[in-house]
Write a protein that binds this ligand. Sequence first.
Ligand code: PFF
Length: 451
Amino acid sequence: MSENRAPSPREQWGSSTGFVLATIGSAVGIGNIWRFSYVAGENGGGAFLIVYGFSVLLVGLPIVIGEMALGRRGAADAVAAFARDMPRSPWRYAGWVAVLGCVLILSFYAVVAGWSLKYFTGAVSGALWKAASEGYGGYYREFIADPLAPVGWLFAMLALTVIIVAGGIRRGIEVANRILMPLLALSIVVLAIYSATLPGSAKGWEFLFLPDWNAVLKGRVIVAAIGQAFFSLGIGMAVFITYSAYIAPGTRIPRAAATIAIGDTLFAVVAGLAIFPAVFAFGMNPAAGPELAFITLPQIFLAMPYGRIAGIMFFGLLTAAALTSMMSLLEVPVASVLHRSRLGRRLAAILTGCVAFVLGIPSALSFGLLSGVRITGSSVFDFVNHGVSNYLLPLGGILVCVYAGWVLSRTEIMSASGLSGTAAGVTWYWLLRLVAPVMILLVVLDTVGAL
Ligand code: PFF
């Protein structure tokens, strides 16, 4: 099981830029728009932003660099990155945790991506705007409770992802990111500028930038910030390991990692600037939770001038951002299947996509047909979502810290990271070795109620 069959010729990104765009594409997703806005809304806005910045810097960035270094030296897939040095050691399971984790994330993530695609097509065709008469609360709840529709949209998003990933690293994933990422950046900036012109929008800026100091040091905010940083950067699931295996020579890991951390955070903040000023301008509740994007925002779009165009842009953006993240989530298992079987990329992508689809069906139906099914008190969707975010991503993160920081020699990991002999390298090494794992452990202990 652990032998590697490197596909030949080895695939590679066309350039460093292609690699960075694809990794930013993975990081920027529903998490930056849908999840960030409601987590920030529930945790005091500006206060959350400060703690979030520190979480990205002290915990997120060191792990991104660690994953990239592991990927470059493993030069194959998630499993090989942990098993290269000791093929028979239990460390090979660390890679499998990530591979399975990605399929699980994909299964519920694609459900929300499917909702977003449905809203996007509805905004384009006009059906979404006609639904105003029944109210968006009812519209949304009726849709997610339907026994068929959410499964169909889940399928559509997964099929799109499979087609792109089947196209390969350079001709599929890189090309898609080169097209979609600049469009995403442009449309979120346009939406933020537009949002700032609405009367009463200043309150949204205040909400996002003026911290409530009492909230900053609350444990709850710190836990939420670290959890959000994990999800938003997409660490712990071997995405950076896998993408770095295809890295072009001459790519500088520290610079690439910093670009991703900054890009991902900026994107979330600008998305906040697109959403909150509009929410305040229309006197809506910024802490509406996960329903903010699907109930509150359509109401706002309908009420504002040129709102239908803004709505098309917003849901198009949300769908495209989800798609670029789904590509990385699919590529991790696909790379492992490719390296461990005789299957070609196309078949590997189709098969993995089918597994994610089957696993996704219970999540897609968990607001309707399966709403009575409860696992430890939660719906299937919430169970998978919370299980992954609260346990699997942190577990994957800790495994990276321990393997890169404690199992491999310092010289080895330093040279793979490209930080050897620098002060930044020493700082990084200790953040990865100590600070990040301790912080993650505290968060997990807090989540299970042990603190
Ligand atoms: N970072 C993505 C987002 O913010 O939506 C989600 C994600 C991608 C999570 C890849 C985990 C992952 F491995």
